[in-house]
Ligand binder design. Structure first.
Ligand code: A3P
Length: 280
């Protein structure tokens, strides 16, 4: 549905990602950056809405059946620029995304942290399904094995990342490639980069007034996690709103996975990323 029916507009800003790489964070940063002129920090819609209610996921929320809201017609009601999101691999994107003037922001993350984050998210989700007898018990080891072998809902992790990485090298004005770890280590410069990329750079006055720091603070996991709107409630019966905010740390994968799993993943990463210029 999404592939066949979605027509990107030149002004669209589309966040693309593999699940559990920081999509929710990037949604909030993009939303706060783009809307900073009409929504000062104390009036941000992020204080009253979960980031996933402000930046729709195209294949699920809009064109899929998974969520009760919104529908494709709602896309026409969104203010410009429309902020949208997809987990689709690069090669599966609807053609208009690359042929139009819209911009794509991709967020990636170290696979060790991604797989652990994904496991806990899925475990939470699957446990909720236990009442409907759809619960499939899975261990971190089994989940890792599937992820390692490329059996993942949105396709193999490395192919997902490399599809967007290569496209970002070919079309740097069209596709901004971000890493979760870089955002964590240097949020100010990355939020500045993001704002420039989407055409709303921070003015020297905004910089001196600390607008960038305010956005970073508003979108910090510590802040978002404590907001009433993100603490309770579910999307589509099973998806706890709070499950999108867990630890938000770098290095949880190494802590949680057995050394042999870490070693195997690092070896695979070395093979897959060799000669690409990308590293985690
Ligand atoms: P962890 O499970 O490692 O804590 P996604 O949004 O793509 O589903 O990714 C979820 C991951 O991003 C989770 O990682 C979550 O805790 C983390 N996350 C969510 N909001 C964040 C924020 N504002 N800052 C940093 N990390 C955040």
């Amino acid at each position: 549905m999404f592939q066949r029916h979605f027509h990107a507009q030149d002004t669209d800003l589309i966040i693309a990602s593999h699940p559990k790489t920081g999509t929710t964070w990037l949604k909030s940063l993009l939303f706060a950056t783009v809307n900073r002129f009409n929504q000062p920090k104390n009036e941000s819609a992020l204080l009253k809405h979960h980031p996933h209610e402000l930046v729709y996921r195209l294949e699920n929320n809009v064109y899929g059946e998974a969520f009760e809201y919104p529908r494709p017609q709602h896309l026409n009601e969104l203010p410009s620029p429309r902020l949208l999101n997809t987990h689709m691999p690069y090669n599966s994107l609807p053609g208009s995304i690359m042929s139009s003037g819209c911009r794509v922001l991709y967020i990636s993350r170290n696979p060790l942290d991604t797989v652990v984050s994904f496991y806990y998210f899925m475990l939470d989700l699957l446990k909720k399904m236990v009442h409907e007898k759809q619960f499939i018990n899975t261990s971190l080891e089994d989940f890792f094995e599937d992820f390692y072998n490329g059996r993942s809902v949105h396709g193999p992790f490395f192919e997902h990342v490399l599809g967007y990485w290569k496209a970002s090298l070919e079309h740097p004005d069209k596709l901004l490639f971000l890493k979760y770890e870089d955002l964590k280590k240097d949020p100010v410069n990355h939020v500045k980069k993001l704002a420039e990329f989407v055409g709303v750079p921070f003015s020297p006055q905004e910089e001196s007034e600390g607008v960038i720091q305010d956005i970073i603070q508003l979108c910090s996991i510590k802040n978002l996690k404590e907001l009433e709107v993100n603490k309770s409630g579910v999307f589509n019966k099973y998806y706890d709103k709070k499950s999108y905010f867990r630890k938000g740390e770098i290095g949880d994968g190494i802590q949680q996975l057995a050394p042999s799993m870490v070693e195997r993943m690092n070896k695979l990463m070395e093979e897959k990323l060799e000669g690409t210029g990308l590293s985690f």
